[in-house]
Design a protein around this ligand. Structure first.
Ligand code: SAM
Length: 221
């Protein structure tokens, strides 16, 4: 079962997206700050956690943004050129000096097809993605999971389209005061659609921690 709940939860997202903020900070270390990028495209920008991380640090001329939802209201302080409200896997891409994305590619069903298209559009791709074992507690209890790939799966498919691929992976564990708090946290970050789960199944959730597994990739042609 896959649920994109971001639309309803964007207003709560920034205050609760602890992991996504850490991931955004770390992803920035993968981008060369001494290079001038004529054009940058960010895919799955959401409320702009990553955008606001790189906006004043990277050296670029034009910035285009994308999200499947209209999140423009969160970008009042950012000057961008275009905002494409679209499913990134259905888009056709112009040429960019750099394409970036943080905490979004795990939602894409056919990652290889997206990567293939992006590799024609830009010589530089930098992204973070959640990987196999992410939110294992939710899978164990609710049998709900995105189709997470392993870091090796992703590396192997990137190597088909880019010459230089660097990566690291990281695991975070977030602790909560109760299992219910853990579930509320997930709901507020729009991760999955718990409204579909039965009350008794939600009540018997027994984990007070959530595991996040993330990989960072930097690819060059
Ligand atoms: C976990 S949020 C990350 C947002 C932001 N990049 C950050 O670092 O906080 C994932 C974002 O990807 C967007 N998204 C999911 N699937 C998408 C798709 N197929 N095309 C475009 N955006 C998508 C969601 O709407 C959401 O805003």
């Amino acid at each position: 079962m896959k649920h994109l709940n971001f639309n309803k939860e964007f207003k709560n997202y920034d205050a609760n997206a602890t992991i996504q903020k850490k991931v955004a900070d770390k992803l920035l270390t993968f981008i060369d700050k001494n290079t001038f990028y004529e054009s940058v495209l960010e895919l799955g920008c959401g409320t702009g956690i990553f955008t606001k991380t790189f906006f004043n640090v990277l050296n670029f001329n034009a910035l285009d943004l994308n999200d499947i939802f209209n999140t423009k209201e969160y970008f009042n302080t950012i000057s961008y050129r275009d905002f494409f409200i679209d499913d990134m896997s259905k888009m056709h891409f112009d040429k960019y000096s750099l394409i970036v994305s943080s905490s979004a590619f795990q939602w894409v069903e056919n990652l290889e097809e997206l990567i293939r298209k992006l590799s024609f559009s830009s010589d530089n791709l930098v992204f973070s993605i959640y990987t196999k074992g992410n939110l294992i507690e939710i899978l164990n209890h609710f049998s709900i999971s995105l189709n997470y790939l392993t870091t090796t799966d992703i590396y192997n498919l990137l190597k088909k389209y880019y010459t230089n691929v660097k990566y690291i992976d990281e695991t975070f564990s977030l602790e909560f005061s109760s299992p219910l708090e853990a579930l509320k946290h997930l709901k507020k970050t729009g991760v999955t659609g718990f409204q579909k789960s039965s009350y008794s199944l939600t009540k018997s959730f027994n984990y007070k921690n959530l595991t996040y597994k993330v990989s960072y990739f930097s690819c060059e042609k």
